[in-house]
Design a protein around this ligand. Structure first.
Ligand code: GDP
Ligand code: IMO
Ligand code: MG
Length: 438
């Protein structure tokens, strides 16, 4: 009797806030216990930075697993791929001695981010009613074209001259007219030049391109362990985040099956990644945002500037109403609390555990809708802080008592155990339970 593929040894790493929780660091840490690292959503809007032995790497499209030897890295069908950016990421890694060859696989069905997508993104951001604060990487327009079907280009289309010409000739005139109507001052689209450029790009990407759906199923059947690398984060999920201030993909765990072609329960462990405080880049409500010195201090201590755009991140206190909701949506089985070191030295630390609603009542249920969320006021619990630096501590029991009380409050409120605590950007600055898998 066939017992089917075993997904119990596979893991998902998912952001539980508005991004930049430190997913990259956790994926890097767990890559050694997995064989295949899979990106399933988003595109070059993601920026995952990792520090290995003092060397900093920033990855946008390629899974972080590329930095670990002998791992297969998969960019699956749910990702929107800017092929020019992907090639420059490959070149950048190779120039630093990182192997990128048959260890990288790219879905033939992934959708391509074309130059007009980024231009539309920029125009819409500048227009009245725009202003989501996107990364301007063309993510929204590319996913819109995927849903729109007739205006889409997929990776496989870059590999065939006639097919690509037909696509460009059909799409370019419409896009050109739309861009002009949106006030774009970009030069007219030169279909012939674009054809040659993107055929060249396709040729360079050809060795990586494959049917990743069959590949992933084959790997699971062969007993390989998968590690899903979430990009963006649950509160930016197009369906379950703070709409419309979200990205355009399913960045919660709910995006994994559609974004890979694997069945629903394809990750036995789901690690919810959260910062010890909160940040957000771009627009949208952020109930616990601190505009004063506390927010400033978090930003400077945490080096809270975007990996992708360099924008200063908005900073504030930890919002457990939001995290508890995100852990529920993404089905987190454990938590990783990142950047705890950034909170050292505060006399007091505030944590939102409920919201006050405009009618005076209170709730612990997160309203995943920007208009409703904009009207809540956080209800804080205040905990005493700790003054000791904690960057060199290696065991959770050795943390200052008030730091441990802070972690206990998180576990109690979210109802999920913390198995990873991070006290610095380096691989080594990570507290995991002795003898146990994190
Ligand atoms: P991601 O998008 O979720 O992968 O997160 P980013 O890489 O965009 O942002 C997280 C930042 O925090 C990176 O610069 C990491 O190097 C850094 N980082 C991760 N964990 C820690 C930590 O525990 N302490 C400090 N101080 N920095 C950390
Ligand atoms: P990682 O993977 C932080 C935010 C943008 C903007 C909104 C929509 O590094 O955690 P988009 O360009 O996706 O259309 O922008 O989503 N955003 C992120 N913020 N980290 C990210 O990724 C993000 N990806 C998208 O700032 O508010
Ligand atoms: Mg990031």
């Amino acid at each position: 009797m066939n017992h089917g593929p075993d997904f119990t040894r596979s893991t998902a790493v998912i952001g539980l806030q508005w991004g930049d929780e430190g997913k990259g660091k956790v994926v890097d840490l767990l890559a050694r216990d997995h064989d295949v690292i899979v990106r399933y959503n988003g595109g070059a809007n993601a920026g995952h930075s990792i520090v290995i032995g003092g060397e900093r790497y920033a990855l946008h499209l390629i899974p972080v697993g590329i930095l670990s030897a002998d791992r297969t890295c998969v960019i699956a069908n749910g990702v929107v791929v800017d092929p020019v950016k992907l090639l420059s990421e490959i070149d950048g890694l190779r120039s630093r001695g990182v192997e990128v060859g048959s260890n990288l696989r790219l879905s033939d069905r992934a959708h391509v981010v074309m130059p007009w997508h980024a231009e539309m993104d920029a125009c819409l951001e500048g227009s009245e009613g725009g202003g989501i604060g996107t990364t301007r990487r063309g993510i929204g327009p590319a996913y819109a074209d995927k849903a729109y079907r007739s205006m889409a280009i997929r990776v496989q289309d870059l590999l065939e001259r006639d097919r690509l010409r037909e696509r460009l000739e059909a799409i370019a005139p419409i896009r050109g007219a739309q861009l002009r109507a949106l006030g774009s001052t970009a030069p007219d689209i030169d279909t012939g030049a674009l054809l040659e450029t993107f055929l060249g790009v396709g040729e360079r990407l050809r060795p990586f391109v494959t049917d990743t759906v069959w590949l992933l199923h084959d790997l699971v059947r062969a007993g390989r362990r998968l590690l899903f690398e979430g990009a963006n984060a649950t509160l930016l999920d197009v369906d379950h985040g703070t709409y419309p201030f979200v990205t355009s993909s399913h960045c919660s765990t709910l995006g994994i099956p559609a974004g890979t072609g694997l069945p629903g329960a394809c990750a036995g462990r789901i690690i919810g990644i959260m910062k010890a405080y909160a940040t957000r880049v771009g627009g949208g409500p952020f109930p616990t945002e601190e505009h004063g010195p506390d927010g400033h201090r978090i930003r400077e201590r945490g080096r809270e500037y975007g990996t992708t755009t360099g924008r200063p991140r908005r900073c504030g206190w930890l919002d457990l109403v939001a995290v508890r909701y995100a852990a529920m949506i993404s089905g987190a089985t454990t938590l990783a609390v990142m950047l705890l070191d950034v909170l050292s030295g505060f006399d007091e630390i505030r944590v939102a555990t409920r919201y006050r609603l405009p009618d005076g009542s209170s709730t612990d249920r997160f309203p995943p809708d920007a208009r409703t969320l904009a009207r809540v006021t956080p209800i804080y619990e205040t905990l005493p802080g700790w003054s000791e630096p904690i960057e060199s501590i290696t065991d959770r029991p050795r943390l200052p008592e008030n730091a441990r009380r802070y972690l206990d409050l998180i576990e109690r409120t979210v109802g999920t155990p913390i198995t990873i605590v991070s006290v610095g950007p380096d691989r080594r600055q990570t507290l995991v339970p002795a003898g146990a898998a994190p």
